[in-house]
Every structure is written in C-alpha cells, then in structure tokens.
Design a protein around this ligand. Structure first.
Ligand code: ATP
Length: 333
C-alpha cells in the first residue's frame, strides 16, 4: 500500500482535525502518502482531493469542525454516484480509506467497498456518541462540556428568577449527551428516549419538588429526533401545573468549539490505529475504544447493533431525578 485517503462525513464533530492530523502523521511514518478528500463523499465523487502532508496538518489540533469540510451526499447513495467516486479513487491510486463519521458514513463506505476493492477503516466521529463499537466517539466529550457550561449559566438565572427551565440538547435518537450533562449539571429531571417518561410522571415529580420548597428547576431534554419538542412539554406543564417556564434549545453550539483534551487524545489514538489497521491488511472494521482499550469491530455492527447507555449512568440519572428508590438506600429507614 502506497497511498491512502481520509475524509470526514456526516455531521462535524470537534476532534475530527486531531484525527486527520494523526492519520497523516501515522501514514507518513509508515511511508504512505495521504490524500485529503474534501466535503466527504461529495468531494470523492467530484475529485475534490488534495495531498496532505505534515505541514498541511500543522496547528489544526485545537480547531473545532473539520478542515476537510463535511457533507451529506445523496448522490453517493446511487450506483452512478459511487461509480464516479470509484473513478476518482482509481485516478489518484488510493488503496485505503479512513472514514471519520457515523454509521451512515460507514454504511456508505461498505457499499463502495463491495463495488471496488478499496480497503476501508472507520473512526467514530459524532457528538451523539451513538456508534456501536466504541464507548466514546470523537466530539462527544466536547459537546457534553459545551452543554454543561450552558446549563451552569442557566442555573444562575433560574435560581435568581426562581424559574423552571427546559434545556434541550442534541443526541440524534439517543440520550447520551443529555444523560451526562444532566448528571454533571445537577438537573432536576432528565427526559431521554431510553427512559420513557409520561407527562403525568414529569408533572408529579416537578410538583413534589416545588411543594417541598424548590423555587427553580432544570429539566434536560434530549431532542430525540424531534427538535423543539421542549416547547410542547413546557406548554403541557404550564397547562397542568400552572408553572411558567423558559425553554432553551442549545442547538449547534454543542457542535462547535475547541475540542477537549479527552477528545483530542481519543481522536489521535483512533487516527493512528486506523492507519495501523490498514497497514496490517485488516479492513471493513471500525476502530474504537472499549473500557480504555483499542477495539476493532466489524463495520456492519455499527448500523446493525444499537449502542446502549452505560447502566451505571442510567441508574444515576434515574436516582437523581427521583425516579427510583434503590433497595440498598431504603433499607433500615
Ligand atoms: P451523523 O451521525 O453525524 O449523522 P453519519 O455518518 O451517520 O453521521 P449520514 O448522513 O447518515 O451521517 O451519512 C453520511 C453519508 O454517507 C450520506 O450523506 C451518504 O452519502 C452516505 N451514506 C449513508 N448511508 C448510505 C447507504 N446506505 N448507501 C450509500 N451511501 C450512504
């Protein structure tokens, strides 16, 4: 193998640049050339390819977003689109591809690899942390910390004005971001898709909290593929409890910003491992980290298997929102 390509695809995530940099440096140390493919599969189809060397990756490790750009490419879903991408791969002599993105990106890469013999290795890069095969994906830690900073600020005003706030965070169809920033931010309530909560239950617990002397509360809501759902929940709570509230949708500020140290280190480790994996002849897998160790999973696991919340964190979230009484805690009372 003499030349590989690297692309970022799907939603951008802080730490993608650290991963690109590690790919280039690892490839360089193995005597491989790296081609950077701009704007994900869109760039691959259109031949938007540039040589990346160590200099091209200088001073990017601290930058959010992705210097390669990213895109969603409907054309790549078609055989004609992928045929054009294959022509570009042939033209540039690319023998292996490092795909930084989510399960959609890996699925697209697998279809491509079934039509042309290019080796592919995936690296999980998404703030949502919903990719099976890695405890954490690149960008998640930064997104949680960005959301947490916002929650801390909102708590100041919630306390001062004695108000109920609904803070809606991203997470695609999962509650990974909501669970971690809710626990760390001391949220009174967590609404995540993995733990269904009726409006009656929510109102009852909020009522109990306010009856017991609380004057403000923060409810962290996972958008769960219904961005803006917090407005409807806030309206229902007002109608049932007569409680006025404010809704804050954190939105895309969770995607941006300089990556945390944890994301930079994870991204660097996975970028290096992706190149090592290609060089060793393995492919069609995703490199991730499970319990602190590097782990390679079959690429198809990422779209066939569903990643679960960590049970201890889920339990903690339930405990903090007063959802459950644990036997160990109630014994002897
Ligand atoms: P995120 O989690 O941030 O949304 P993702 O990688 O899951 O990231 P998608 O938009 O689902 O994001 O996929 C990225 C791109 O991968 C798509 O725009 C499309 O070009 C390609 N892709 C996804 N699924 C397929 C598929 N079944 N066949 C071919 N290409 C696909």
């Amino acid at each position: 193998m003499k030349r590989i390509g690297v692309l970022t695809s799907g939603g951008d995530a802080p730490g993608m640049n650290a991963c690109i940099r590690a790919v280039v440096r690892a490839a360089d140390s193995c005597g491989l050339e790296t081609m950077g493919i701009n704007r994900g599969y869109h760039g691959l189809i259109n031949g938007d390819v540039t040589r990346l060397d160590r200099r091209a990756c200088a001073n990017i490790i601290h930058q959010g977003g992705t210097v390669l750009g990213t895109a969603r490419s409907p054309e790549f879903r078609t055989r004609e689109g992928r045929a054009r991408a294959i022509e570009v791969i042939k033209q540039w002599g690319i023998e292996g591809l490092v795909l930084i993105g989510g399960d959609g990106t890996f699925r697209g890469g697998s279809v491509l690899a079934s039509e042309y013999p290019v080796k592919i290795v995936g690296v999980p890069g998404t703030i949502d942390n919903d990719v099976y095969g890695s405890d954490f994906s690149i960008g998640f830690d930064t997104a949680v910390n960005s959301a947490l900073q916002a929650i801390d600020k909102i708590r100041d005003t919630a306390l001062s004005l004695e108000r109920l706030f609904f803070v809606e965070v991203m997470g695609h169809h999962t509650g990974f971001i909501a669970l971690e920033c809710g626990i760390a931010g001391g949220a009174e309530e967590l609404l995540i898709p993995e733990v269904p909560t009726s409006i009656e239950e929510l109102c009852e617990r909020l009522r109990q909290g306010f009856d017991s002397g609380k004057r403000s509360a923060i409810v962290v809501v996972a958008e769960a593929e219904q961005p803006g759902i917090s407005f409807r929940i806030a309206d229902e709570v007002r109608d049932r409890l007569g409680l006025d509230s404010r809704v804050v949708i954190l939105g895309h500020i969770q995607r941006g910003g300089s990556p945390t140290a944890r994301d930079r280190v994870l991204a660097s480790k996975l970028g290096m491992t992706a190149v090592e994996t290609l060089v060793s002849g393995r492919d069609a897998c995703m490199v991730g980290e499970i319990r602190g160790e590097i782990a390679c999973s079959p690429l198809q696991d990422t779209w066939e298997k569903k990643k679960q919340l960590h049970p201890d964190l889920k339990k903690l979230g339930e405990l903090f929102s007063g959802r459950k009484a644990f036997p160990a805690m109630t014994e002897g009372r």
